[in-house]
Design a protein around this ligand. Structure first.
Ligand code: PXL
Length: 277
């Protein structure tokens, strides 16, 4: 039977992030995405003008309806939340629907480049820590890892090379307590690294850095990882496939006249995911 993933994330019309990324990626991988939108936005929040409709009130109603219909999920993936209350609803969701055969992936979307996104504050960070503790796998970027583990981002980023990666492994191990961690998008010279930390082991997945920062790449990465894990891949294999896919999308993007906040050339590369067995 086709596997199902509940995806708790926002729906942004421009930016190719969150639900638009997840729905495309999971569908291409033969997994049914079941979206629970946390908010609908005319575009992601980096655009100069955007409209956002908070769907906090809808979340408990989805949970109630899905509970009554006895729905089940092979995976639960969480992403962007518009406020701290939504994190309580997500915790409730996980406690209602997580079974032994259900993989929980928390992408602790909170910030990037050392700063928080507009909707986030200390209260949301604290709740995100609780949510991350429920996860089998988390996919923070460096900023988010530091927020989760209460580590100093500036001190970490000031280190370079082996020293930076070694320190990130130590922070990730301290926070994770058994869950798999992929720290995404760590800059290292001309490369961009993803660090897979699992059961005391650590692997670096290194790809050449192409262009600057693009909207949605973290969401595309996490979506590919969750699709791969549902296909039985290991965490390291999943991270490698996701890194290759994001690189292919970015490579196509920089060839064209592009605007980073509009995201990457996702659609024309989805065929690469059909082949993931
Ligand atoms: O890709 C992360 C993300 C998700 N959702 C919304 C965002 C962002 C990043 O800015 O604004 C609405």
């Amino acid at each position: 039977m086709t596997k199902r993933a509940a995806v708790i994330n926002d729906l942004s019309s421009f930016g190719k992030c969150s639900l638009t990324a997840y729905i495309a990626v999971l569908s291409a991988m033969g997994v049914q995405p079941c979206p629970m939108p946390t908010a609908v936005l005319s575009s992601q929040t980096e655009f100069e003008h955007y409209y956002a409709k908070d769907l906090s009130d809808a979340m408990p109603r989805y949970i109630e309806a899905w509970r009554k219909n006895k729905e089940h999920f092979d995976s639960i993936c969480t992403g962007y939340f518009a406020n701290a209350v939504q994190l309580d609803h997500a915790l409730d969701f996980i406690r209602s629907f997580k079974t032994n055969n259900c993989m929980v992936l928390v992408d602790p979307v909170m910030g990037d480049g050392g700063s928080l996104y507009p909707a986030f504050d200390a209260a949301t960070c604290q709740k995100m820590r609780l949510l991350a503790k429920e996860a089998d796998v988390i996919t923070p970027n460096l900023t988010e890892l530091c927020l989760l583990a209460k580590a100093d981002y500036q001190a970490l980023i000031a280190k370079r090379g082996v020293s930076l990666l070694g320190s990130v492994v130590a922070v990730a191990k301290k926070f994770s307590e058994g869950c798999g961690v992929i720290v995404t998008g760590i800059p290292d010279g001309r490369d961009i690294c993803n660090l897979v930390v699992e059961n005391k082991s650590a692997r670096v997945i290194r790809r050449p850095k192409i262009g600057g920062r693009f909207s949605g790449t973290g969401d595309i990465f996490s979506a590919v990882v969750s699709g791969c894990l549902l296909k039985g891949k290991t965490l390291t294999e999943s991270a490698q496939i996701a890194a290759n896919f994001v690189s292919a999308c970015v490579l196509d993007t920089v060839k064209t006249l592009h605007r980073p906040m509009y995201g990457v050339e996702l659609e024309k590369n989805l065929n690469l995911l059909w082949k993931v067995k």
